[in-house]
Structures are given as structure tokens and as C-alpha cells.
Write a protein that binds this ligand. Sequence first.
Ligand SMILES: Cc1cc2nc3c(=O)[nH]c(=O)nc-3n(C[C@H](O)[C@H](O)[C@H](O)COP(=O)(O)OP(=O)(O)OC[C@H]3O[C@@H](n4cnc5c(N)ncnc54)[C@H](O)[C@@H]3O)c2cc1C
Length: 369
Amino acid sequence: MSLSRRQFVITGGGAAAVSAAGAAYLFSRPSLLQSPGVSRAEAVISSDKLPDKVDVAVIGGGIMGVLSAMMLQEKGYDVVLLEKGQIAAEQTSRAFGWISSLGDGPARLGLSAPSGEFWRRINAKLSIDTTYRQSGLLYECKDDTAVARWEQWAREHSEYGGTAVKILKGEALAHYLPGGASRSWHAAVIQPLDGSVEPSAAVPRIANLLSKNGLKIVQQCAVRGIETSAGAVSGVATERGTVNCQAAVIAGGAWTRLFMQNLGVDLPLLRIYSFMLRIPDFNGSPLASGSGAGTPWRKEASGGFSIGIPNVLAPLLPDNFRFARQFASAVVANWGHVSLQPNRELFDDFMIKKHGRTMRRPCLKNIGF
Ligand SMILES: Cc1cc2nc3c(=O)[nH]c(=O)nc-3n(C[C@H](O)[C@H](O)[C@H](O)COP(=O)(O)OP(=O)(O)OC[C@H]3O[C@@H](n4cnc5c(N)ncnc54)[C@H](O)[C@@H]3O)c2cc1C
């Protein structure tokens, strides 16, 4: 079939218009305009020198890596903490900051309740102000059915702090919501044992203390792979050279899937972006952290508030389809709150080399803080 000049120009023009519209669509989406973020995480003192040999190498300096390193060091192991960027600069400093177990199901409670206990003691244990506060966490109860559900939860989970849970009504509720919001609330449930931290400060402060106490921390040092000898871990290969070790802890956050793929392990992990607001303190502001009318909040140490936005954004990626079965129940539970967005990450995903060389790219974007 041959095209006339006129048809060729019309077809070509149409294709160009579709491409331009597609490109405009993709590149005008908010997540594409966000440049790699400047982290609000407090700075951590670290070393430029890579040790030749340690007992354990911890890969990734978020909350998981820093606390794993702390606990390993407490057990007497010689540890190096290797971070491809800055300590706590990814999810850890951008979290909401609740340390809570209220309402958790059995799968999470076994972790969240002891974790709450750990945090309640942390300032005294480390003799620093990590910013942890036992601020309490309250949730709105819209009717008596909701109240009955929480009372049942508290009874069933008495060994996980259920005995401390209280139902608040009238004056007791107004004490926590002095601005008058409580007048439109039926009731609330509160877990006074729950608390919160300032995400940008807590982990960097702990890391700085560990560094002063001899933990080897190396920042700007991506780990590219694990080396083995006779089937056992013998070292980690970093962009600055190899560290010999007998064990490695992989705490790479959102990058863990990519890292594990290099080791031949298919870890099901999907990316989502979540957004938050910060507002200054106001007259009659709540005394505890909590959630009402579908909006979560956290009182910040500065007096202001972090406000959560329940909707999240999921970039359209092949993994969404690959892991559809594993994540189906999470999608159903959050139906209406997840927007699937085609954007440049689809192209990045195809382009990204499946080995550590690309791992220094910041993962999370600036969300306006
Ligand atoms: C918006 C938001 C709100 C949240 N709110 C809460 C909350 O209220 N309460 C709560 O408990 N949790 C919350 N979370 C979850 C919590 O933030 C995460 O579970 C936690 O921060 C994960 O910590 P991590 O150490 O596993 O990962 P990260 O903090 O992502 O740390 C991983 C680190 O590993 C490094 N890394 C990766 N690959 C390599 C490599 N190859 N070599 C060297 N370094 C590497 C990265 O640079 C990064 O610094 C929230 C998360 C988000 C995004």
C-alpha cells in the first residue's frame, strides 16, 4: 500500500500529535517534575576509610540498618554500616513517625508491640534525646459498633498492651481535642502506650551516638554484591573496594528487590509514593497523635503537625502485574486510595541495569519538605 504525500503528512502529523500528547501527559505528571529530593535527615559523622575486615557488614543506613548495626554491636560483633547515600535520607527520614500497635492484626503485633516497648525505653537506654515521645494514639469511633470492635480488640490483645486501651467520650475526649472537634465525634479509642518520633532526627541521632562509640559508618558507598567462598559469605563488594566479612545484613529498603535480584532471589516488593502536609500549631490543637474523618495527624516535636494524605500513587511497572496475586488483598483493602500512574519510571525500569552500578541513584523524590 502506498501513501499519497497528503496522507503521509496527515498520518505523520497525527502520530506526532499523539506522541506529543503522550509525552506531555507523561512528563506533566507531578512525580516527573519532582527532582531527586534534598533530605531533611540530620547529618551523621562517618568515616571515608573502608575497613578491610569485619564480622558483619550491614548494607543500608535506614532505620533497619542502623538498629541492626546497633544490636549486632551490642552483642560484641565488629560491624561496618555501608550506605550508598546519606544515613536515613530515604524512607526513614520521610516517614510519618507513628510508633504504634493499636489495631494491628496478629501478623504485625508480634513485631509492633515489642518495638513499641523498645522505643519507650530508648531515650533512657541511650542517654540522648532521640525525639521519641510517648504521645498516645487515638482513633475516631463513629458509632457504638466501632466502640464495641475496639473493646473486643483490647480484650483479645491484652498481652500486647490491650489493657491500657481506653474508650474516650465527653469530657475525657474533649481533654485530648480541646479545640471543640470532639463535639462532632461519637467517641474515640486511645492507646496511651503508642508514641512517635521525628523521622528526620531519630535515626541520625542514634547513628551519631553509635559512630562516637566506635561503629564504623561509611556513607556514599554503594554495595554492589555479596562475595562468597565455599558457599559462605566472605565479603561485600562496594564501589570503593571489598570488605571481608562472615555475614551481611541486607537493609536496602526500596532497593532490596533490585539487590536480591542480583543474588538470584525474587523478592516481591512494589513501589508506592505517599504524600504529607506540615502545618504549624494552632489554638485547640489535639494533645495526642491520631486519626479522624479519614485524616491521620502527628504532633511534631516543634509543636506543628504532620498531616497524612490517605491516597498513594503507584507507578505503572511490570512488577505490578508480576506480583498482582501477592498484592491483591492489599489492593482490595486500599481500594480507591491507590492511583496507578504511568510515568518515566516505566522507562527507567527497563533501562536500569540489574546490578549495583546503578544503585547510587536516590530512590525517593522530594515531596516538598
Ligand atoms: C510516607 C511514609 C510514611 C511512613 N510512616 C510510617 C509510620 O508512621 N510508622 C512506621 O513505623 N513506618 C512508617 N513508614 C515506613 C517506614 O518509613 C519504613 O518501614 C522504614 O523507614 C524502612 O526503613 P529501611 O531501613 O528498611 O529503609 P530505608 O529508610 O529506605 O533505608 C534503606 C537504605 O539503604 C540504602 N541502600 C540501598 N541499597 C544500597 C546499597 N546497595 N548499598 C548501600 N546502601 C544501600 C538506601 O540508600 C537507604 O538509605 C512510612 C513510610 C513512608 C514512605
